[in-house]
Design a protein around this ligand. Structure first.
Ligand code: PGA
Ligand code: ZN
Length: 424
């Protein structure tokens, strides 16, 4: 790697520290410094992962000794002297140092913590908040805040599989700004909690802070969500809509979808899901089918794309080429952008640019780090997903948005009109 003549932006030190995430597992924090600025990047961790995600580097006992050793031996010496503003160059160097297709030598966790740290350092050395630095870099004008989609009930891999679906979320698409959006969702969250506790259905909170329900079926969960929205006086669809992360990889076994005690053939599952989208005010459905069942993914798209967003997560793993292919094959018209799925900030940004409706997203294993909000605002993503509105690692992010909004009031993004996204 080559140094530049502009010493103020030159990276002088790079350190790594294992810290803890919201599931009491170790994760990585990388700190980088110039002569007069410093910044950190932290790796999040998923629990329901796509097969093609960048691999985490973890010791057999769950520790991060090998990741730290490789960072110190291979990454840190290469970073020293580089210009922290040269994100593309830094990320290209990280990718080549790793040298594998699945990022398994240095680990997607080590790479994303490093890449996020240098991005944050570039902003810090320019004396700017990260979101503003990113926005200026891409020439954004007339900025808006991303529309939040917020989990109310958790299920799937985040709640012991009690409900097969992973996220029952709401999108406050009628709110004019971020503070109003959060207020509406907090009211719905409380209403759902009260309804469940009155009925003896409440079992605490799931991994992303949503209520962990003791409910017998997905339909019971959807009924409860509708009741909770109505209890707050908000208008279904015009003000608040429902978004589901099906995370169907988790309950697809031997060619069948295992839902609410039934083993459904794929066409029967797609039909059931389409019926729910007609019966309930649902405008977003993520990973409706398993990643190795693309035909039925496409069958769901055909039935739903005029009504809402079909969001690829495990199917496309924040990979630009996979997103473009899935859009062309009429499987998705939106995708999550999770920087650690792909490994570097540059690749995550490329993936975002290749997507009709990108949704910048955190993971289920998180820390108090809030950089994901700055990415979403700075990149002007239409939507953001960071879990529920309870638990500190989640509220850190929503509160970051409140502080950004206080300093620079911006209206909220408008919900994209699905019909206009269809491929012809
Ligand atoms: P994960 O899931 O972070 O546990 O992988 C989140 C999601 O599927 O959106
Ligand atoms: Zn998902």
């Amino acid at each position: 790697m080559t140094a530049t003549s502009d010493g103020r932006y030159r990276i002088r030190s790079a350190e790594i520290l294992p810290i803890y995430d919201s599931r009491a597992r170790q994760t990585l924090q990388v700190t980088v410094c110039t002569v007069d600025a410093s910044a950190a990047g932290v790796a999040p961790a998923g629990a329901s992962r796509g097969h093609h995600e960048a691999r985490e580097l973890r010791d057999p006992d769950g520790g991060l000794m090998s990741a730290c050793a490789r960072f110190r031996q291979e990454i840190a010496p290469s970073l020293i002297g580089m210009d922290c503003r040269n994100q593309a160059g830094i990320d290209a160097a990280l990718i080549s140092l790793d040298g594998t297709d699945d990022r398994s030598h240095l680990g997607g966790n080590t790479l994303i913590a490093t890449s996020m740290a240098t991005t944050a350092l570039a902003a810090a050395s320019n004396r700017m908040p990260l979101w503003q630095y990113l926005a200026e870099n891409q020439g954004a004008t007339e900025m808006r805040m991303p529309l939040p989609q917020i989990q109310i009930l958790g299920g799937g891999a985040h709640a012991g599989g009690r409900l097969p679906l992973q996220d029952f979320m709401v999108v406050p698409l009628g709110a004019e700004d971020w503070p109003t959006a959060l207020r509406w969702v907090a009211e719905i969250y409380h209403a759902a909690g009260s309804l469940m506790s009155e009925r003896g259905m409440l079992q605490g909170v799931a991994d992303e802070g949503g209520w962990w329900p003791n409910l017998q079926s997905c339909e019971a969960a959807l009924d409860l969500l509708v009741l909770a929205i109505e209890a707050t006086g908000r208008k279904l669809q015009d003000e608040v809509t429902i978004s589901l992360d099906i995370a169907a990889n988790q309950f697809y076994r031997k060619g069948c979808y295992h839902v609410d005690g039934e083993a459904l053939a794929p066409h029967a599952w797609v039909e059931k899901l389409l019926q729910w989208t007609r019966r309930y005010p649902i405008r977003m459905v993520e990973d409706p089918c398993a990643e190795d069942d693309p035909e039925n993914y496409a069958a769901f798209y055909e039935g739903f794309h005029q009504q809402g967003l079909i969001v690829g997560d495990d199917l496309v793993v924040s990979n630009g080429a996979r997103i473009r292919r899935a859009v062309k094959d009429r499987q998705i018209n939106a995708a999550l952008i999770k920087p650690n799925q792909v490994g570097t900030v540059t690749e995550a940004h490329e993936a975002l640019l290749s997507c009709p409706v990108p949704i910048v997203s955190a993971r289920s294993g998180e820390t108090e780090d809030t950089a994901i909000v700055d990415l979403a605002v700075g990149w002007q993503a239409p939507l953001i997903k960071v879990g529920s509105i309870a638990r500190g690692e989640r509220t850190a992010k929503w509160n970051r948005g409140l502080r950004v909004h206080q300093a620079h009031p911006m209206p909220l993004m408008r919900f994209p009109h699905p019909g206009s996204l269809s491929q012809h």
